[in-house]
Write a protein that binds this ligand. Structure first.
Ligand code: FAD
Length: 345
């Protein structure tokens, strides 16, 4: 039994190739999720939501990712914004934003990677904040924002002169917020991800979510770099690849051993999600590794036919690469590089 309605999941799966190929923002898919109440996962109960977390949240993400990875990915960024808003002590802002977000009437996203994984080697904040009587004036560029053009709110961070950081709910649609055209990528292009230039934008105290403090991203909750949610998406892709291999193996007995080995590894990965022992980074490393190998196995098995643009194996291979770069903490990158450079160890 699935956590989401199986008809809804089938609809997402049926449209997923088109989303990927046409680079179209999955508006209808998000509308369908809203109608089914599936945009309420991380909204607290007091604002009309489901307050879903732990294994149930992970299971839901896995199901959506298996059906349509782009839609699942957009959900993570949107839900990440909601979690940051919900974790703040800004009650007025929560009341203003959360109920409408949960109903899918508005859209929010995050632009926070410049505080964690992106631009860390530059030695200069990507977005600088200057304190004023009314709040903060921001300048700089948020390097990555998924769905920026569709968002009313971007949860983002900025760094003050003294190194302290603030987390803010930035109004996205205003002239000083320059949302660049979406970029074409190896996969996930339909997520309308782009950079956002901020030209002396005033953000008032009533839009403050956290800080000023050191390392503002370590306050409160909201997924986090390389969190279990990111691994849930990789596991969803693995589930889709495994189903493809099983389908091929049903007609081709010579594939039985390969499929059996992947089934075993997939079940083991599944157990790691349930077990408390491994760290989130370890699970992400395992999920990344399996996603890369099982997607390539799909391609090898489906041969030239699977290599054609838009075929499930071709898409899966491109989608697996996303996990090498998205929300990928340094130890996970290091493990991937080790695996890639020492394949016979
Ligand atoms: C499809 C997609 C969607 C995303 N959506 C979001 C989103 O909605 N919100 C969000 O906050 N983030 C998002 N991210 C960002 C993501 O989580 C990572 O932060 C991002 O992929 C890191 O890549 P970067 O190029 O910015 O890293 P950087 O570290 O800035 O690397 C850029 C370049 O700098 C050079 N470089 C890197 N490290 C060093 C070094 N130590 N010394 C010298 N040179 C170096 C390399 O040449 C590298 O190519 C998204 C990413 C992707 C791919």
């Amino acid at each position: 039994m699935t956590h989401l309605d199986s008809i809804l999941l089938s609809e997402l799966a049926a449209a997923s190739a088109e989303v990927d190929q046409q680079w179209t923002w999955p508006e209808q898919q998000l509308d369908r999720l809203a109608q089914a109440g599936e945009l309420q996962w991380v909204v607290p109960r007091e604002y009309g939501g489901l307050d879903c977390d732990g294994p149930e949240l992970i299971a839901r993400y896995r199901e959506v990712a298996a059906a349509c990875l782009t839609t699942a990915f957009i959900l993570t960024q949107r839900n990440g914004a909601i979690q940051r808003i919900a974790a703040s002590e800004n009650t007025d802002l929560k009341q203003e934003l959360l109920p409408a977000l949960g109903r899918g009437e508005t859209f929010a996203t995050v632009g926070i990677s410049h505080l964690t994984t992106s631009r860390q080697h530059l030695g200069k904040p990507a977005v600088a904040a200057r304190s004023t009587d009314r709040g903060y004036v921001l300048d700089g560029t948020i390097p990555w924002v998924t769905g920026a053009a569709f968002a009313q709110t971007i949860v983002t961070g900025a760094t003050l002169d003294d190194g302290r950081q603030v987390l803010l709910a930035l109004e996205a649609q205003q002239p000083e917020v320059d949302i660049r055209p979406p970029v074409q990528m190896l996969s996930m292009t339909a997520s309308a991800t782009t950079s956002v230039a901020i030209n002396s934008v005033e953000v008032t105290h009533d839009q403050l979510l956290a800080g000023p403090c050191e390392q503002v991203m370590q306050q409160g909750q909201g997924g986090g770099t390389g969190s279990l949610v990111t691994s849930a998406l990789a596991a969803g892709l693995c589930a889709r690849c495994l189903a493809l291999l099983q389908e091929e193996a049903a007609r081709r007995p010579d594939l039985a051993a390969t499929v059996h080995a992947f089934e075993h590894e997939y079940n083991w990965l599944d157990q790691q999600f349930q077990a408390a022992a491994p760290s989130a980074a370890t699970i992400r490393q395992l999920a990344n590794s399996l996603a890369m190998r099982i997607s390539q196995a799909c391609l090898a098995v489906t041969k030239g036919a699977g290599f054609i643009s838009g075929q499930p194996a071709e898409r899966a291979v491109r989608e697996a690469m996303f996990f090498l770069v998205w929300s990928c903490p340094q130890p996970v990158v290091a493990a991937a590089l080790e695996e890639l450079s020492c394949p016979h160890d």
